[in-house]
Write a protein that binds this ligand. Structure first.
Ligand code: GAR
Length: 205
């Protein structure tokens, strides 16, 4: 059997998407394993989840660097050390440099149906707009904000009595299942990205 795909997961918060990947990769048949978890801040549940799972962690805080470019370079260097086949940005609240994206195939999960409601407040913006259906999107990160080629999407209905927290929690449940399914298929079958079209089963991983 070929080696499992090596995942580096980047987090900034609670890390429930990370946890879903850690749980899935306990089964060797999943085809991927988390080899490191990185964050842009300390003392977050995402890092604690990695530590409990025995996965190496690293933190690179922007405020520890004189320039953004310095932080970008440090992040690229530390991720490189873990030789990932795939980087998953799962609730990582920083943009990644072009050098990073040129070096690593990077996926991001966003709590809205792209191209609607990009940015930091997908569930709030969907609720404020009054959409009846929103959801989550997994995409290949490019230079824009939540603009990259789409790998997978899942719809979630907005309930009459939803607030931002209840809507985001339901989105996150659907988002985790989507993420685990897509990352596993990519690990086992590869991925091909041609322009905006993404095909799982395309060889590269
Ligand atoms: C997820 O819903 C993710 O899509 C969102 O943050 C949450 C992280 O949850 N990301 C963004 O809004 C990025 N624009 P988690 O830390 O429990 O995985």
């Amino acid at each position: 059997m070929s080696q499992p795909a090596r995942l580096v997961v980047l987090v900034s918060g609670s890390g429930t998407n990370l946890q879903a990947l850690l749980d899935a990769s306990a089964d060797p048949a999943y085809g991927a394993r988390v080899v490191a978890v990185g964050a842009d801040r300390e003392d977050i549940e995402g890092l604690a989840r990695a530590e409990r799972a025995g996965v190496p962690t690293f933190v690179r805080k922007l405020s520890d660097f004189e320039t953004r470019e310095g932080w970008d370079a440090a992040l690229t260097t530390v991720v490189e050390r873990f030789e990932p086949d795939l980087v998953v940005s799962a609730g990582f609240m920083k943009l990644l440099s072009q050098e990073f994206l040129d070096r690593f195939l990077t996926l991001n999960t966003h709590p809205a149906l792209c191209p609607a409601f990009p940015g930091m407040h997908g569930p709030r913006d969907a609720l404020d707009y009054g959409v009846r259906v929103t959801g989550a999107t997994l995409f290949v990160v490019d230079a824009g904000v939540d603009t990259g080629p789409i790998v997978a999407q899942v719809p979630v209905e907005v309930a009459e009595d939803d607030d931002v927290a209840s809507l985001h929690e339901r989105i996150k449940t659907a988002e985790r299942a989507m993420l685990v399914d897509a990352v596993g298929r990519i690990a086992r079958e590869g991925i091909a990205v041609e322009g905006r079209r993404v095909r799982i089963g395309g060889g590269r991983r």
